[in-house]
Design a protein around this ligand. Structure first.
Ligand SMILES: NC(=O)c1ccc[n+]([C@@H]2O[C@H](COP(=O)([O-])OP(=O)(O)OC[C@H]3O[C@@H](n4cnc5c(N)ncnc54)[C@H](OP(=O)(O)O)[C@@H]3O)[C@@H](O)[C@H]2O)c1
Length: 340
């Protein structure tokens, strides 16, 4: 069975490619750079035949169709994530077209298994109860959040018409071997390199390797559509820093700040971006997540699909060690983890 995959050069996608291959599937990657595929997979001893690397774009219907030719299933994990105001329109258009061309294209071809990566954050509104899949979809305040909400509505519509789309809803995806520095790994990098804050609520992660395992189970479901949360440990902020201190044997610099002033800072960040556009996630939206995230349980995913979400110690140890070995962090940041 050959699976057409988007997002294979990202954090979640590259781990999912590895998991699908290990399970015996063939993959066909739709990517923007064939060179990047070689850089990621060659060092791992994974050779992906040239004919199965299609250079294109999820916004280009022709390349999506070419990539899907001869495939039996589809995994759509690509999405454009940007905090810059100037990118808002592109983010909305890219992620909408991705769902339309990749998921919609797979449905039109009648493929029996389609895996789509949504986000647990699409349900979040400030002050909401713990996240569960029956909650209404929140409208989203940033272009990225709006694009994921829009994608979710489109996917639900196709599911209601009987399409076999299986959706994962990850919390912050953290893990080693990140081809770039994906959102939640970038946050971890910021805690070590720039600034740390302890505030209300906490940080909920899912290990990219556990998410890949979930994607395999979703791919292999015998029939129908499905929706499963991918949620690992939810630690409050002081506990998150305590774990990072413990695994590194250092003490990360952080200062306490209550939620309300942080959210005001986020609003100021939104305004500053109107004058000087920057990528740093100082936005109202990011501060609401950081200070008011209510948690999300992966219990049903474990019970029904047998996915065991690993604990924060293992994920943070492997990820921080990788951040060091890949040159993102220096020995003085990671303490004990710099030693073999
Ligand atoms: N990161 C999180 O914490 C988080 C949380 C919840 C949900 N999610 C969702 O999980 C999925 C994977 O996230 P991630 O953090 O692993 O992603 P990532 O590391 O940021 O990688 C994004 C992937 O999408 C590809 N991509 C972006 N725009 C594209 C385009 N126009 N055409 C083709 N490919 C394109 C990228 O290709 P290039 O390598 O060419 O850039 C890359 O392979 C996304 O759908 C995201 O919305 C992420």
């Amino acid at each position: 069975m050959r699976v057409m995959m988007t997002g294979g050069t990202g954090l979640a996608g590259s781990h999912t490619v590895r998991r699908f291959l290990a399970a015996g599937y063939s993959v066909r990657l739709l990517v923007r750079s064939a060179q990047k595929v070689r850089e990621i997979f060659d060092p791992l001893g994974i050779g992906i035949p040239e004919k199965d690397v299609i250079v294109g774009d999820i916004t280009d219907a022709d390349s999506v169709e070419r990539a899907m030719e001869g495939c039996d299933a589809v995994y759509h994990g690509a999405a454009l994530v940007s905090m810059r105001r100037a990118m808002a329109k592109t983010v909305l258009e890219t992620n909408a077209r991705g769902v339309e061309f990749v998921v919609g294209g797979a449905v039109r071809r009648g493929l029996p298994s389609i895996v789509y990566v949504s986000s647990s954050s699409i349900f979040f509104t400030p002050g909401c109860t713990p996240i569960h899949l029956d909650m209404p979809i929140a409208p989203g305040t940033t272009a990225y959040a709006q694009s994921k909400a829009q994608g979710e509505r489109e996917v639900r519509r196709m599911q209601e018409e009987g399409a076999p789309i299986r959706v994962s809803y990850p919390t912050g995806i953290v893990g080693p071997d990140d081809p770039g520095l994906s959102d939640a790994n970038a946050a971890l990098y910021i805690f070590f390199k720039q600034t740390g804050i302890t505030t209300s609520s906490g940080y909920q992660i899912v290990d990219a390797r556990d998410l890949a395992e979930l994607h395999l189970r979703l791919l292999e479901l015998p029939e129908g559509s499905a929706r499963y949360v991918a949620a690992g440990p939810f630690l409050d902020w002081p506990e998150t820093y305590r774990v990072l201190d413990e695994i590194t044997g250092t003490r990360l610099w952080r200062f306490p700040m209550p939620g309300p002033p942080l959210r005001v800072l986020g609003t100021i960040g939104d305004w500053l971006k109107r004058i000087h556009d920057f990528e740093f996630p100082l936005t109202r939206d990011a501060m609401e997540y950081a200070t008011q995230w209510p948690g999300c349980s992966g219990e049903r995913t474990t019970r029904e699909l047998g996915i065991q979400f690993r604990d924060a110690y293992e994920t943070y140890t492997d990820t921080v060690r990788w951040l060091y070995r890949s040159g993102h962090l220096q020995a003085r940041h990671v303490g004990l983890l710099a030693e073999d």
